[in-house]
Design a protein around this ligand. Structure first.
Ligand SMILES: [Zn+2]
Length: 345
């Protein structure tokens, strides 16, 4: 019953982003190193648990358009796991490579082959000598650094410890952030390759795309609540290094400040279903003054990305905006039904 899915499409576009995910993560790395040693023992368990979690995400099955027989697929992505030289990163390589992690991410899987790209996007996991993730326009590569996995896991472990969040929190935190960051970078790739028109900051646009993709293409065993939890873990990362004190470089940066990206993401989650996510406002994670405009903002963002991407959808998946929205709704209902098991296993 899980397997009747749907699909659609999205895409984006523009280019050149390096140093990409918004922060130089160098100081996060230094910070993380300090706690890494003490935590090294727990890491193997955390990695194993995350591998289990990823394995539990059922593959996304795309339903072809009704008249899709004989119509071509879009361009498929490439994937590569580069073996690191730094032995400290070996566990992350092993986790990614042995579990074929990139093929387990529901959103990437959902859009793989859906779009008519001028050249394939290649997803690469590699050692970078610093925590980072970026899109390389020259190579059409989206790169995730093992060092970023390391700092994300350590951040998740620290949060779990500080807030007594449970044994599997750290790996959930890692998985949620990996998904968001890779989709953010995929947004840069799509803007570049498809020459998608955007105004305003590209960094904001691709945060919005990543959010939309995670809401639309979550795993079929993930409830709406889990999807919003994933997005809120991603927004937490925006705050990870913030001290609240910025210099001119920060204000001049192509990225909004971490706090602004945090609230923008809360706004899109809350706005997607204000009654379901009212707690975001009542618990103080989103000021009421901003919350008022979020339903309209969330609708506009979601619709805009759908309209920008639909013209690039492969013939096999072609559909109208109305049909795409119906399929998204159907898919969300199925996801929620799949996780509402009315008995104890
Ligand atoms: Zn970016």
């Amino acid at each position: 019953m899980t397997q009747r899915l749907i699909i659609i499409v999205l895409s984006l576009a523009l280019g050149l982003v390096s140093g990409a995910f918004g922060y130089s993560l160098l100081s996060a790395k230094r910070q993380a190193k300090a706690v890494a040693t003490a935590r090294a023992e727990g890491r193997a368990d955390a990695e194993k648990a995350m591998a289990d979690e990823l394995a539990a995400l059922k593959p996304v099955v795309l339903t072809k358009a009704v008249n899709a027989e004989g119509k071509p697929d879009g361009i498929h992505f490439g994937y590569e796991y580069v073996k690191p030289k730094n032995a400290e990163l070996e566990p992350f390589y092993k986790l990614a490579h042995d579990g074929d992690l990139l093929h387990q991410l529901p959103e990437i899987k959902a859009i793989d082959g859906m779009l008519m790209l001028p050249r394939p996007i290649k997803f690469v996991m590699a050692e970078c000598r610093e925590p980072n993730a970026f899109y390389s326009p020259e190579r059409a590569e989206v790169v995730m650094c093992y060092e970023t996995m390391q700092v994300l896991l350590e951040r998740g472990q620290q949060l779990a410890k500080d807030q007594e969040l449970g044994v599997d929190y750290a790996q959930k935190y890692l998985a949620a952030n990996l998904r968001f960051i890779l989709l953010h970078e995929t947004g840069h790739a799509l803007i570049d390759l498809l020459e998608i028109p955007i105004t305003g900051r590209e960094e904001d646009a691709v945060d919005q795309l990543a959010t939309t993709l995670m809401q639309r293409f979550a795993g079929m065993n993930e409830s709406s609540r889990q999807v919003s939890d994933n997005l809120r873990m991603a927004s937490n990362w925006f705050l990870a290094r913030s001290t609240g004190a910025y210099n001119l470089d920060a204000y001049a940066d192509e990225h909004a400040l971490g706090e602004q990206r945090y609230f923008n993401l809360q706004c899109l989650v809350y706005g997607s279903n204000p009654s379901r996510y009212l707690g975001i406002v009542t618990e103080g994670d989103l000021p009421e003054t901003r919350a008022k405009t979020c339903p309209a903002e969330a609708r506009r963002v979601s619709k805009a990305w759908l309209r920008l991407l639909l013209p690039h959808v492969a013939p096999k998946f072609e559909m109208t905006e109305e049909k795409a929205n119906r399929l998204f709704e159907q898919r969300e209902r199925e996801r929620n039904r799949n996780v509402e098991v009315p008995y104890v296993r």
